[in-house]
Design a binder for this molecule. Structure first.
Ligand code: FAD
Ligand code: EPU
Length: 336
């Protein structure tokens, strides 16, 4: 186990905002996490588990322990005909893991290509993109319950997955995810009907795509639409898309011409990007904190913004969307 003090967290969060960790421990194995539990002095203060820092906003220094799971391994666990079970360690880069599965000829995760972050964080908010969510292919999650001090395995049905939500998210710092397994297929059913995926493939002259070609198409769309965190600090969608009851959606639609709406998650999903753009925020800049010029749902750090400045901008956006539409935006990004 590697222990540091006063670690600079700016390179460890994709907003690139300044913050320091009082103590930071890099964990190389689940065994090291159990060793840590035998050192109560280290675990006494507030605890933050940090993956790739691509869904976090630091508004202050972290006064306690930051745990960085750097557990790396990828494994084929079982093959049953076309169905193959694979697993990987929490520290694996998500996109590299997806590409590894595709390289094995396995489909399922292709629509989730190029999402930043680690494998261990992917179940936290049940990552999703282009019509697929993690829960569609996840078999189990192995974790260490830091409160109960024991290892546990959660099968898919026990994970409480919902839109950008899971049991792991509800008590941050309690469950340290160490390993994640997926059931994938050599003959996957491809999901091509969401967003621009079909158009992207058609433009490339591909009529019957492979899973790998779908991943490449999704990656191309993402590179075009979303800012690259290595160029401009951001954490992807800052807010979740609100899902409202059908009656409220109908009222909003009658009052606001052109508002896009989609049946989803048992209600009606309204793109938060549209609501924010309609309030005039797209491209807005307050010092170095801003709203991306190309996508209103993405808050950005133009260089030297603090987390506090970005959080203040987020609060202003929530207030203006609420005032104009009566809809309360909720952050997807964890603000700490
Ligand atoms: P972090 O930001 O480090 O942590 C996120 C949360 O998970 C924190 O609460 C943290 O405490 C917890 N956590 C991290 N690792 C563990 C662990 N091993 N055990 C327990 N808790 C842990 N998300 C989507 O769903 N879909 C998208 O399409 C998408 N696009 C994005 C595009 C961009 C450009 C960016 C910057 C982000 C995007 N995101 C998207 C958000 C982000 O990539 C995901 O939420 C990702 O899973 C976060 O991974 P991370 O390792 O960076 O987690
Ligand atoms: N829109 C605008 N103005 C904008 C941006 C978007 O009006 O500036 C409207 C348009 O109508 C557009 C619609 O919003 O058609 C949807 O936009 P987009 O296709 O970019 O998707 P999104 O709803 O903004 C969601 C996820 C993304 C995911 C994409 C693709 C959430 C909060 N975000 O974005 O996830 O990659 O769909 O599936 O659900 C993330 O979670 O960080 C993330 C990037």
């Amino acid at each position: 186990m590697h222990i540091e003090h006063g670690t600079d967290l700016a390179p460890l969060n994709t907003f690139g905002v300044p913050a320091r960790a009082d103590t930071l421990v890099r964990l190389r194995s689940p065994g090291e996490a159990h060793d840590l539990l035998r050192r109560p002095a280290l675990m006494a203060g507030p605890l933050l588990i940090l993956g790739g820092g691509s869904n976090l906003l630091f508004t202050a220094d972290w006064p306690g322990l930051v745990l960085l799971p750097q557990i790396f391994d990828r494994e084929i666990l079982e093959t049953q005909g076309e169905v193959v079970t694979v697993a990987g360690g929490a520290g694996e880069n998500w996109d590299a893991f997806v590409r590894w599965t595709l390289g094995l000829g396995l489909g399922g995760l292709e629509n989730l290509a190029l999402i930043p972050g680690t494998l261990g964080a992917a179940p936290i908010q049940n990552i999703g993109a282009y019509g697929v969510e993690l829960r569609d292919h996840l078999l189990w999650v192995e974790a260490i319950d830091l409160r109960e001090q024991r290892s546990c395995r959660f099968y898919n049905a026990d994970c409480g997955f919902a839109y950008r939500d899971s049991v792991f998210k509800r008590e941050p710092g309690r469950l340290l995810i160490t390993r994640v397994a997926f059931r994938l297929s050599r003959r996957p059913e491809l999901e091509l009907d969401y967003g621009e995926v079909r158009d992207e493939l058609a433009a490339a002259g591909i009529a019957s795509p492979t899973a790998l070609q779908v991943a490449d198409a999704v990656s191309a769309i993402r590179r075009r639409k979303l800012p690259d965190p290595t160029q401009i600090g951001n954490a992807g969608s800052f807010f979740r898309n609100p899902v409202v009851p059908a009656a409220q959606a109908a009222r909003l639609s009658a009052e606001h011409a052109g508002m896009p709406q989609f049946a989803a998650y048992g209600g009606v999903k309204i793109p938060a990007g549209w609501l924010i753009e309609a309030c005039g925020w797209k491209g807005h800049r307050a010092g170095d904190a801003g709203v991306h010029i190309g996508h209103a749902l993405v808050l950005v750090n133009h260089g030297n913004a603090t987390g506090g400045q970005i959080a203040a901008l987020a609060r202003q956006i929530v207030a203006s969307v609420s005032e104009r539409f009566g809809v309360t935006l909720e952050p997807e990004v964890r603000i700490v």
